[in-house]
Design a binder for this molecule. Structure first.
Ligand SMILES: Cc1ncc(COP(=O)(O)O)c(C=O)c1O
Length: 377
């Protein structure tokens, strides 16, 4: 993979893209032009097929970062008198709760620590206890800690109770299988700059067609009205408002490479190999992952910051950056952590090199005690 001399982004998007994907942005496109609109059409078709939804689902692309699409999906697919259950084990679940608050949609959360995940039984119990709940909003990979939430068990519980399921699959789509033909999923939400390895700038909602059709008038917002965006696109083939043209064509190129690699199974396998190389390499240099392997998604790994007083994330980050790798700060509230992404146009060798760079930096900083603070105390 040729990536020039740019640092490698070990972050959960934006991420390192291939030269081919970057080069796709060297052309300007008219947003009314039929050739550009045809590209949007093929992207939507391919995205729906990735989750095996051709018979039941449609894809609505939306300008903006991933959160715009999460907010649009909730604002459109949950009626104003609906009620949403949010199993909550991290920062992106909390963001869903915040969105629902701002939208004025009734909701209830099942609060869990960041190292635990919801179970089908928990969802069953919550749905039994409160029949007013109409939807469950589930983050698939909780990128905050890197946890893989058990989507099939949650989807089964929703099916048993006849509730709609809205899945924030931002950091899992294209890497971990999601099958909307098996489960009653109303929406799968993701974005261009994640596991399909495009650049950031557009999100998309793969919505059950019947649910989207029934959503007319629900939206709180003009710009985020998915029903309007979809019907306009159906009628004209165009985006309603100015599309992020360069992002769209780069996303098409990224999708071509995703399909050539072998789709979700192959991409997920590459990321899983990256994740294994990262976790084992970091453990070998004395750094401890926050989550056990059994619940770790192969997307991003949270590590405890070392207990040594000479460790400070800002200095550590800058030194690792100087060696060519961009890390990510931790997102846990209670303990000192940092995160390293496994996704993007990188392979396990790159992760091994990153571990060597991290080891060298910690040596330079004089960090000898690499155990977590709590364990050292
Ligand atoms: C699970 C999840 N949901 C939502 C988002 C928000 O996406 P954005 O930062 O693109 O708005 C992210 C970002 O990484 C994410 O991982």
């Amino acid at each position: 993979m040729i990536i020039g001399s740019d640092p490698i982004l070990l972050t959960p998007g934006p991420l390192t893209t291939t030269l081919e994907t970057k080069q796709a942005m060297l052309r300007d496109w008219g947003s009314w032009d039929a050739s550009f609109n045809a590209i949007t059409g093929t992207i939507c078709r391919d995205l729906v097929e990735i989750v095996r939804g051709a018979a039941t689902h449609v894809c609505v692309p939306l300008q903006g970062s991933g959160t715009f699409s999460v907010e649009a999906a909730l604002g459109n697919l949950v009626p104003r008198n609906g009620k949403v259950l949010v199993p909550q084990n991290g920062a992106y679940c909390q963001r869903i709760v915040k969105i629902l608050k701002i939208l004025g949609r009734s909701h209830v959360a099942i609060d869990m620590p960041e190292h635990q995940h919801p179970t089908g039984e928990m969802i069953d119990a919550a749905l039994r206890a409160d029949p007013a709940i109409t939807h469950v909003a589930q983050v698939h990979c909780e990128t905050g800690a890197g946890m893989l939430n058990p989507l099939p068990a949650i989807a089964d519980a929703c099916a048993r109770h006849g509730k709609g399921l809205i899945v924030d699959a931002m950091s899992s789509f294209g890497a971990i299988d999601i099958d909307v033909s098996k489960y009653p999923i109303d929406a799968v939400i993701a974005a261009s700059g994640k596991c399909i390895e495009g650049v950031p700038g557009m999100g998309f909602v793969i919505a059950r067609r019947a649910a989207l059709e029934a959503s007319q008038g629900n939206s709180h917002s003009l710009a985020m009205d998915l029903h309007d965006q979809w019907t306009y696109m159906q009628r004209t083939t165009q985006w309603r408002f100015t599309p992020p043209t360069h992002v769209v064509v780069a996303f098409r190129k990224a999708l071509d490479q995703f399909l050539a690699e072998g789709g979700t199974a192959a991409r997920g396998a590459r990321y899983a190999a990256n994740c294994r190389a990262l976790r084992s390499g970091m453990e070998a240099i004395g750094l401890r992952p926050y989550l056990p392997d059994s619940v770790q998604a192969p997307i991003i790994v949270t590590f405890h910051g070392p207990a040594d007083a000479r460790y400070a994330f800002k200095d550590f980050y800058a030194r690792v950056r100087d060696r060519g790798y961009i890390l990510y700060p931790g997102k846990l509230t209670q303990i000192e952590t940092f995160r390293v992404g496994c996704i993007g146009a990188i392979d396990a060798n790159e992760l091994r090199n990153a571990v060597s760079a991290i080891d060298a930096v910690l040596k330079d900083m004089g960090v000898r005690d690499r155990q977590p603070l709590a364990a050292a105390a």
